[in-house]
Design a protein around this ligand. Structure first.
Ligand code: ZN
Length: 677
């Protein structure tokens, strides 16, 4: 493992933070925390924590001895001084005299010793940091150390490698008892450079930030070398079907099967040589079913992944049944796991949803699952890390993490249970929305409106850069797509299914206005308009319905049909005719797919300053009518200009209107000629 310390960078951190009134200790703590956090083999997604003991000045100008420990909600990779809340050190150290301390009382003691009452909760491993005397302490869940420690003879192996340089702490769940035990192991040999926490992770410490970091890298490097030397075997591949279905094809099916009470999760597909070697392995049902490599992954991934059969091409119906059976078995095993462990738990717990957060598919790869696209990505990242560590452990000998009850203890930790039901989900959080023509105007406003409601959004646009720019601003997926090309549409939906697992809402918005007097206009113009303003909608709706039916969770099709669909403008036939057809397309989808729970609705917008109505057009039209631009734009019953955001809101409202299908809503400030019914 490369040591990335740089004297120049370190000095730069000290100078930079000095200007913000942050002392050199804390500046260097930020620097090496980021070095650790930037390496996924050491730390992933809020895992790991660091601390520094230093002197600050209180409001009266007096010096106070404090400990700054990573706060919850911060990642080491991009931590700031604010992410390392300071606490009075002495009162925390005194707590070592207690025999026991509940998690709730521990959290309370940490909070009451904060210097800044608005700080985030310091790590649950704070007391471990406080009970050790060193100025700088680093803690990671390093992959290489876990691959050794998670062996049947893990402790012996670690002692062999590190000897007296490290202390060895048996597995205890994080909290007061672990902190006390770690301090006790340290006191037995105060010359140690760090502690191996059996089947959990590793601590290193020193008087300087550099030395503590150096020690962490050295410990990991030694572990990596040992793994390399002792690799005895490679994973043996199982016999799999020659041709298997792709991830885009099976993702919507798995997404439907793992929905809880009709509420689906997001899925995130991953594959690589290492992932395939693991999921294709003959013994995958053995080594993947023992638990996660370090306990704190359990909160995100559950102890065990689901394995489904390999999806042979040409036999997908049989695979659906087999996959459904596998999900059912997973759920009943989870209920049994909960019941078994809850029976012996001192405090009775509330069962969490029983669905897997990782699905392994031999011959294909893996899916991470979560209640948002971000959560799914985290599950998938952790799955890849688990695969790396378990593959190494199996290659050396045999993998053996903590026992089941210890996993249960973490998954049903009182501090985690306390959060249950407290974080309300946004209204469309579990939905995947696709917006065409999303790179600008009404489409971009609509994509943003859906993202604001919590949906994972895919932005499709002919202009790849525009699509990406809008998608990036909301953490979505931006794709180049010409909606008149059915093949390109199919490909885009495949990419969306790999990224998010499926599709729930489609806003078919891409369109453009063509003009011409209908008796004289060139056929080419009319056909071109039909390609985009009718076939574009049909291509999108057809692809969407295919995915929605595979999921079996219903769905929502939304069309931008414009007021032209019902109220033709003079010389706008080439635009209005395909739009009128698109209005009927909406009704046809509502009729043909209502039985699948798929709703279809449309929005008739008019005179929106964006996209179809350019600034020049507004100028010339208002001039032709002898009106100011503002008067022209507000030329409707309500005398108010209608914005792209108004249209976006109408799409959002229709997406939420669970009992509405085959409806058209006008968003035009009132235009009696274009009104329906
Ligand atoms: Zn830890």
């Amino acid at each position: 493992m490369r040591n990335l310390w740089s004297d120049r960078e370190a000095a730069r951190f000290v100078r930079r933070y000095k200007r913000q009134g942050v002392n050199a200790d804390l500046a260097l703590r930020v620097y090496t925390s980021r070095l650790l956090g930037g390496n996924p083999k050491l730390v992933l997604h809020g895992g790991g924590n660091t601390s520094v003991k230093t002197t600050l000045t209180d409001i009266m100008g007096s010096p106070v001895e404090v400990i700054c420990v990573k706060g919850s909600g911060w990642d080491l990779g991009d931590i700031e001084p604010a992410g390392l809340p300071a606490m009075h050190l002495a009162p925390l150290q005194k707590m070592i005299a207690l025999n026991t301390l509940s998690d709730e009382n521990m959290v309370n003691a940490q909070r009451t010793n904060l210097l800044d009452s608005t700080s985030p909760n310091p790590s649950v491993e704070t007391l471990l940091h406080a009970f050790l005397p060193h100025k700088f302490i680093d803690h990671t869940h390093a992959n290489a150390v876990l691959a050794l420690s998670d062996q049947v003879n893990g402790e012996k192996l670690c002692r062999e490698i590190y000897g007296d340089r490290m202390g060895y702490v048996p597995y205890i769940m994080p909290g007061f008892a672990l902190a006390k035990k770690a301090a006790e192991v340290y006191r037995e040999n105060p010359t140690v450079e760090g502690l191996v926490l059996h089947k959990h992770g590793v601590f290193t410490f020193a008087d300087t930030a550099k030395q503590s970091y150096d020690r962490m890298i050295a410990v990991c490097t030694q572990a990596e070398q040992r793994i390399k030397q002792s690799r005895k075997k490679t994973l043996v591949a199982a016999k799999l079907p020659k041709r298997v279905a792709g991830p885009a094809e099976i993702a919507p099916i798995l997404r439907g099967l793992t929905a809880v009470n009709g509420k689906p999760m997001a899925l995130d597909f991953r594959t690589s040589k290492a992932v395939r070697a693991y999921v294709d392995g003959k013994d995958v049902a053995k080594y993947s079913q023992l638990g996660t490599v370090t306990p704190d992954h359990v909160i995100r991934t559950k102890p065990l992944p689901l394995i489904v059969p390999s999806p042979a091409i040409g036999d997908l119906d049989a695979w659906c049944i087999a996959a459904s059976n596998a999900v059912d078995a997973y759920v009943s095993n989870y209920h049994a796991y909960f019941a078994r462990n809850n029976k012996i738990a001192p405090i009775k717990k509330t069962e969490l949803d029983p669905m897997p957060r990782i699905i392994l598919v031999p011959g294909v790869g893996l899916f991470g699952l979560g209640n948002s696209a971000k959560a799914a990505a985290i599950s998938a990242d952790l799955a890849e890390t688990n695969i790396e560590v378990i593959s190494d452990a199996v290659a050396m000998d045999s993998y053996r993490p903590i026992p089941e009850y210890d996993f249960f203890d973490i998954e049903y930790w009182s501090l985690e249970q306390a959060k249950l039901g407290k974080s309300a989900e946004k209204p469309l959080q579990r939905k995947v929305a696709v917006v065409t023509g999303g790179g600008s105007g009404i489409g971009a406003a609509t994509a943003k409106a859906f993202a604001a409601q919590g949906a994972a959004v895919a932005v499709l646009d002919r202009d790849a850069k525009a699509a990406e720019a809008v998608a990036t601003s909301m953490g979505g997926l931006g794709l180049a797509c010409d909606v008149t090309d059915a093949k390109a549409v199919g490909k885009a939906f495949g990419t969306i299914c790999k990224q998010f697992g499926g599709v729930d809402i489609v806003v078919s918005n891409a369109g453009a206005a063509w003009q011409g007097r209908i008796g004289e206009v060139d056929d080419k113009v009319l056909r071109q308009s039909f390609e985009l303003n009718f076939w574009g909608h049909q291509n999108i709706a057809r692809a969407a319905v295919k995915v929605m039916r595979a999921q079996g969770l219903g769905g929502c099709l939304l069309f931008n049909t414009s007021k032209q669909a019902v109220n033709p403008g003079r010389d706008f036939g080439p635009y209005g005719l395909p739009k009128a057809a698109a209005l009927f397309l909406m009704k046809q989808y509502a009729l043909d797919y209502g039985q699948d729970g798929i709703r279809a609705n449309a929005v008739n917008a008019d005179r929106i300053r964006s996209g179809l109505l350019s600034d020049e057009m507004i100028k010339s039209r208002s001039k032709a009518r002898g009106l100011s631009e503002a008067k022209y734009m507000a030329g409707n019953l309500l005398s108010r200009e209608v914005t792209a955001e108004d249209v976006a809101q109408a799409f959002v409202n229709l997406a939420k209107a669970e009992a509405t299908t085959a409806a058209t809503i006008t968003v035009d400030g009132g235009n009696i000629e274009a009104s329906l019914r």
